[in-house]
Ligand binder design. Structure first.
Ligand SMILES: Cc1ncc(COP(=O)(O)O)c(C=O)c1O
Length: 467
């Protein structure tokens, strides 16, 4: 079986039959009782037409948002444990900002440019130098700030690859990668399967290698693999890569002259789990000598997760030895110009050493508490889950024993289980959305208020028939 497949949703949106559907009907509408032929739809680009189509996901979100659970006001509402947000620190964040943030005239201007103000880039270099143990000191000039890591992922696809090129990502992976790489840059996600072997082991490189050879060896098809993206700590598994595995992946990237991009957006969301064997190692901390050309190494970081601030829209890109990539990102940075207000907020947090210390410690404690309580519930009902996580916001459940019978295949059964869970008032994302290799896995975001997580898990257990 091939370890390499392009993303299903990419192939779907590439289907020639699927075109934009902001249709006003079939042209046979009636006005004043008279048949009327509608004018043809105003032109929109073929590019964007290909992106439009999968409205089901947007509809699902609209439904979840319109009927959100509230213990008192809407106890029958939907508990959202499907979106990667950390609600455990909202009080600290809002109190700090409401107390600290003052806006001056400078905040009202274009600031110091579209790649992030000097103050935030300096504060970020301080964060990297104190918390990420970089092998070489990170300087503000090695950082590009943008309006979220999503923007940076899209800009990176644009910068590192040409249309029809590919980016290797191991399964299961962050579900937005295919869209982030493809929607504008037209770069494919090359999904790499590990066929039951450990995706965090050094031996994972063999699977990346085969996937690259297969992709590059396709006859008469344009496009080569240009990069490999790793999420460390991992979304959706919550596990960290060892320094040895990171080095092995880097050696592979060096051999193939492809970029190594490490998305470290969950770097500081670590918690205690006695069953986890590894703690977070930043790619910045690796001595690249004899391993990889440092010009190929890039790191992503963001405010969304570790700082409970998905809505602030700030992300940072670090590249220590590749001015062309920094300039390339700079050349399109106007389109993801970070907000001065958001920059001021993150700068204030990062510049207050005592607050930052207590933030990281408290966040870690709360994540650990929720993880311990949630896994106790799962253990007591015999539900299996990926037990090596000690960072990020996720529990990766194995609900395969509870897939409903009578469906054409296990993926269809998984979608049906997801539908039944939503009907029962809990939203968790099915493994299919992460291109999981084995059907029946679901990702639970446990960084929500405990009563939500508890009630959400109870609803899952009820649907599975074990409560
Ligand atoms: C691995 C990973 N990268 C990037 C993002 C997007 O981050 P942002 O909110 O900064 O766009 C997410 C969000 O879930 C994520 O999990």
């Amino acid at each position: 079986m091939s370890p390499t497949t392009t993303d299903d949703r990419i192939s779907t949106s590439e289907h020639p039959g699927r075109r934009h559907s902001h249709s006003n009907g079939n042209g046979n509408g009636k006005v004043n009782g008279r048949s009327q032929v509608s004018p043809p739809l105003p032109f929109i680009s073929t590019r964007v037409s290909k992106n439009i189509g999968d409205v089901a996901i947007m509809e699902r979100f609209a439904r979840i948002l319109a009927d959100q659970y509230h213990a008192e006001h809407n106890p029958e509402g939907i508990i959202n444990l499907g979106v990667a947000e950390n609600a455990l620190m909202y009080r600290e964040l809002t109190e700090f900002i409401n107390k600290t943030l003052t806006v001056d005239n400078f905040t009202c201007t274009y600031g110091s440019g579209p790649t992030g103000g000097a103050a935030l880039r300096t504060a970020l270099s301080g964060l990297f130098n104190t918390r990420f143990r970089p092998f070489t000191t990170v300087t503000p000039s090695q950082i590009v700030v943008s309006a979220g890591v999503t923007t940076l992922l899209e800009s990176l696809a644009w910068t590192l690859a040409d249309p029809e090129d590919g980016i290797l990502v191991g399964r299961p992976f962050y579900s937005a990668f295919p869209n982030d790489f493809y929607a504008r840059a037209r770069v494919h996600t090359v999904a790499v399967g590990f066929h039951g072997s450990d995706p965090f082991a050094e031996s994972c490189v063999g699977y990346y290698e085969r996937a690259l050879q297969e992709w590059n060896g396709r006859p008469l098809v344009p496009g080569k693999v240009r990069a490999l993206v790793v999420v460390n700590p991992h979304n959706p598994l919550g596990e960290c890569y060892s320094p040895e595995a990171l080095k092995e992946i880097m050696r592979f990237c060096h051999r193939e002259r492809i970029h190594f991009v490490c998305d470290e957006i969950y770097a500081l969301s670590a918690y205690d789990n006695p069953r986890a064997e590894k703690s977070f190692t930043s790619a910045l901390s690796i001595d690249t000598h004899g391993i990889i050309d440092p010009a190929l190494v890039h790191v992503l970081y963001g405010m969304s997760k570790d700082f409970s601030a998905n809505g602030f829209r700030l992300g940072a890109f670090v590249s220590q030895s590749n001015p062309s990539v920094l300039q390339g990102l700079g050349s399109i940075s106007h389109f993801g110009w970070p907000s001065g207000l958001a920059e001021a907020a993150w700068t204030a947090i990062l510049s207050d050493a005592a607050f930052l210390d207590s933030w990281i410690t408290t966040n870690s404690q709360r994540l650990g508490e929720n993880y311990t309580r949630a896994t106790a519930i799962l253990d007591s009902h015999g539900i299996k889950y990926h037990c090596k996580g000690n960072a990020a916001l996720f529990l990766w459940l194995d609900l395969s024993p509870f897939l409903p019978a009578g469906y054409a295949d296990a993926v269809t059964a998984e979608r049906e289980l997801a539908r039944r869970l939503l009907e029962a008032g809990v939203f968790i994302a099915g493994g299919d959305e992460f291109r999981a290799e084995t059907p029946g896995c679901f990702r639970v975001v446990f960084s929500m208020p405990w009563d939500w997580v508890q009630e959400g898990l109870n609803r899952v257990l009820a649907v599975c028939g074990v409560l």
